[in-house]
Design a protein around this ligand. Structure first.
Ligand SMILES: [Mg+2]
Length: 256
């Protein structure tokens, strides 16, 4: 279900200027009132899009390909982008087109320094105030999600992490991986909400009845994602758009 009339007023969409201290409309509270399960993507959703974490992982993926195929940096990067776009993750491309060990790959690419990420108390409080279960649903590894959430000071707020291994190495947005996620964690999508930075990953959640929120960069914030990952305008399967996840979550529980 989409409420386009509310979208601009509800999310901090570019088209609408909302003063920082303005209360979100009451309708947001109502639109999320039935939700008892809160599902969050990890990378570029739970930490800021201009953080250096994703570029570090990206560089490790390039290095992995470079070492595996004996490629120079530019060729390796081109292959990486090709796999990522075609298969949803570089890993999926490597698994389908070559024989590689997923464990070795996941350990290698997530072996990064996370100390640049500072604990986010505002986000921690906002997540803690959400009524019900909270889960992380990531195309990355469980270990990466736990370490990153720990660094943000929010790891203890989540019941569990559904990672790429739990998804049988199939990434979002493949519909099968959402079905697997719902089954494994006993999630009723009609009573759940999903928060994500990649617009196509919200299509299936919306079809299955989840409330969908696209997390976007703040105006002027550096965005290192691929152009195709970035929505120019929110499509119909996006219920809300926000550039302030913590503020948006507070609005949902009526704390703004
Ligand atoms: Mg993400």
């Amino acid at each position: 279900m989409t409420e386009p009339a509310d979208k601009d007023a509800a999310g901090n969409h570019d088209a609408v200027a909302i003063p920082d201290d303005a209360p979100l409309p009451r309708t947001i509270v109502e639109h999320f009132a039935h939700v008892d399960t809160w599902v969050f993507d990890l990378d570029n959703t739970l930490y800021p899009i201009d953080s250096d974490l994703w570029p570090k992982i990206d560089a490790r993926i390039t290095l992995f390909l470079s070492q595996m195929f004996g490629l120079d940096g530019m060729s390796s990067m081109a292959l990486q982008k090709y796999y990522y776009r075609k298969y949803g993750t570089t890993l999926q491309g490597l698994m389908l087109e070559h024989r590689i060990s997923s464990d070795e790959y996941l350990d290698f690419v997530h072996d990064i320094d996370r100390t640049s990420l500072v604990p986010n108390h505002t986000l921690a409080e906002a997540i803690a105030a959400l009524p019900g279960r909270r889960l992380i649903f990531t195309n990355g590894s469980r270990d990466h999600a736990i370490k990153t959430a720990k660094q943000l000071g929010i790891d203890h707020m989540f019941e569990d992490v559904f990672d790429i291994v739990a998804g049988d190495l199939t990434p979002k947005p493949d519909p099968n991986v959402y079905a697997r996620f719902f089954d494994k964690h006993g999630v009723d999508p009609a009573r759940s909400a999903m928060f994500e930075d990649i617009v196509r990953n919200l299509e299936v959640p919306h079809q299955r009845g989840m409330r969908t929120t696209l997390v976007v960069p703040k105006p002027g914030q550096f965005d290192h994602r691929e152009p195709w990952e970035v929505a120019q305008e929110a499509p119909a399967h996006v219920d809300y758009v926000t550039d302030d996840l913590a503020g948006f979550l507070r609005g949902i529980v009526g704390e703004v």
